[in-house]
Design a protein around this ligand. Sequence first.
Ligand SMILES: [Zn+2]
Length: 140
Amino acid sequence: MSELQARPLPVPNADTAPFWDGCARGELVLQSCRQCGTAQFPPRSLCARCHAPAPAWRRASGRGRIASFTRVHRPPSAAFKAGLPYVIALVDLDEGPRIMLALRGKAAEAPRIGDRVKVGFDPPAGPHGIALPHALTEGP
Ligand SMILES: [Zn+2]
């Protein structure tokens, strides 16, 4: 395998397309149950809490707190070699759901559980224009 191998990108489907469309606009959107109001991630065709169908999409704050993190020194594939080492975190969003994000910039220097972060987005890439979300140190 070539070391220039492109990083794999998600392929949107009927459940996830609104999420990826939001990322491409620079907005974090989450599903919110029309019945019980629970916000959820990852996207699903129904509410994971009460099973009501067709959750609504709402713009989220894009802010949260680091629940856990790891610094990656061995890439899962050659496609991730160029960014080594990098930090992956589980972030508890202010709306409730937990999301896995790469930490970037100052947020990745010396992360601590509980640190506040905000979501940013990579430039759209690949055939579906996927703008991967990442987390930065929360600022004003
Ligand atoms: Zn519900």
